[in-house]
Design a protein around this ligand. Structure first.
Ligand code: SIN
Length: 371
């Protein structure tokens, strides 16, 4: 991704910045969140509904997904390459990805905004050291716990936010389950007819209430045309999508938990941003237990063996304590899994980058490159 700091705007009037500032001030009690997207949909909805492949319900459920016939896919007229997929993830699958993000995608040697402090175990393994009752038991002027200061981590090829580059030598195995899920979405929308899609990197964004993500476009990947798949979890966010410059107002959408955005081809050049987080989702213990029951009932119909279902199988790895901690953590937070393909399959890395084949440099999932 490439950030364009406000002061560097190269045009007379920055309409994107105006809209960003306005949205930042929005107050949940003053707007109708249920109908937030309607105006944008009405103005820009494509005439033709986006077709989604019909995939058998069993295959969908094996990935924690509802049948493709119940997904709602919106493509916006004038915004080629942009897709919003709603109602595709089962509730338990949302929990699974939240837990995966918090428990697994925060662990050293995965790089994060805490990495510079990573000599401390509490910064390398912020989840393990997270005590959700910390504030209740210790004096209130204690500093925030590392997990509360965590803003991003990177999976696969690691992004360096200082140089704004990806480095092929900094590699942590890309999670195969996440690659499968994203590949499934891309395939269902038929966005990769040549079968080249291969996600290799992801930025996991952790948004506390009140935080924002600045105006940027995602064109730093060497392959900046392949689909970028972005999965929203927990609380909601206003997402602004503009043009390749900032001379027109961006459109605004509310992204809720489980919503998936895909941006592909020219859409990757469009500026976008997250100016506002709204506390909307009620993900508590009852909700978790209910989604477990519902998922188990549905999965029973298809008689999955343990290893056949990504979600039921994967959930076993998380302890009750992980779930309790996650419930506390996401009380006021949003998580976004932002998955990209860095380079086309079999394409050499550009000459200004030293190529180290990640598969050769990682042994049994152990990372050999330290930061
Ligand atoms: C991003 O553009 O990198 C993140 C978008 C989001 O959080 O929805």
């Amino acid at each position: 991704m490439a950030y364009e700091p406000e002061k560097k705007a190269k045009f007379d009037h920055d309409y994107f910045r105006d809209q960003f500032r306005q949205c930042k001030q929005l107050n949940a009690s003053e707007i109708d969140l249920q109908n937030f997207n309607n105006q944008t949909f009405k103005l820009h909805k494509a005439d033709q509904p986006t077709s989604v492949k019909e995939i058998c319900a069993r295959r969908c459920l094996s990935l924690g997904l509802k049948p493709t016939s119940s997904w709602k896919v919106t493509a916006l007229a004038g915004y080629a390459g942009f897709y919003l997929i709603q109602n595709s993830l089962h509730d338990l699958a949302k929990w699974f990805w939240i837990l995966r993000a918090l428990v697994d995608f925060t662990q050293y040697p995965i790089k994060s905004n805490l990495t510079s402090e990573a000599a401390l175990s509490s910064h390398r393994f912020p989840w393990k050291h997270y005590d959700p009752h910390f504030r209740k038991t210790k004096s209130s002027n204690e500093k925030k716990q590392p997990i509360e200061r965590l803003r991003w981590t990177t999976l696969g090829y690691q992004y360096n936010w200082e140089t704004k580059k990806y480095y092929s030598g900094h590699y942590v195995d890309f999670p195969s389950d996440l690659a499968r899920l994203c590949g499934f979405y891309v395939d269902c929308l038929d966005l990769d007819p040549q079968k080249h899609y291969n996600p290799q990197t992801a930025i996991v964004n952790f948004y506390p209430e009140g935080s924002t993500l600045g105006i940027h476009c995602d064109n730093l990947e060497w392959d900046s045309t392949s689909p970028l798949v972005s999965i929203s979890l927990a609380h909601s966010a206003v997402f602004l999508l503009g043009e390749a410059d900032r001379t027109r107002e961006p459109i605004r959408l509310l992204l809720n938990s489980g919503d998936v955005v895909i941006m592909t081809n020219s859409c990757r050049q469009r500026f976008h941003a997250v100016p506002k987080i709204f506390i909307t989702d009620n993900m508590n213990k009852e909700d978790f237990e209910q989604s477990k029951l519902e998922f188990a009932e549905e999965a029973q119909e298809f008689n999955f063996s343990d290893s056949e279902n990504l979600i039921s199988d994967g959930m076993k790895r998380f302890s009750d304590e992980d779930v309790e901690k996650a419930i506390e953590y996401i009380r006021t937070r949003r998580i976004n899994l932002n998955v990209r393909q860095l380079k086309k399959l079999n394409e050499p890395t550009p000459s200004n980058c030293e190529e180290i084949d990640p598969r050769l440099s990682s042994i049994d999932g152990q990372i050999v490159n330290e930061f």
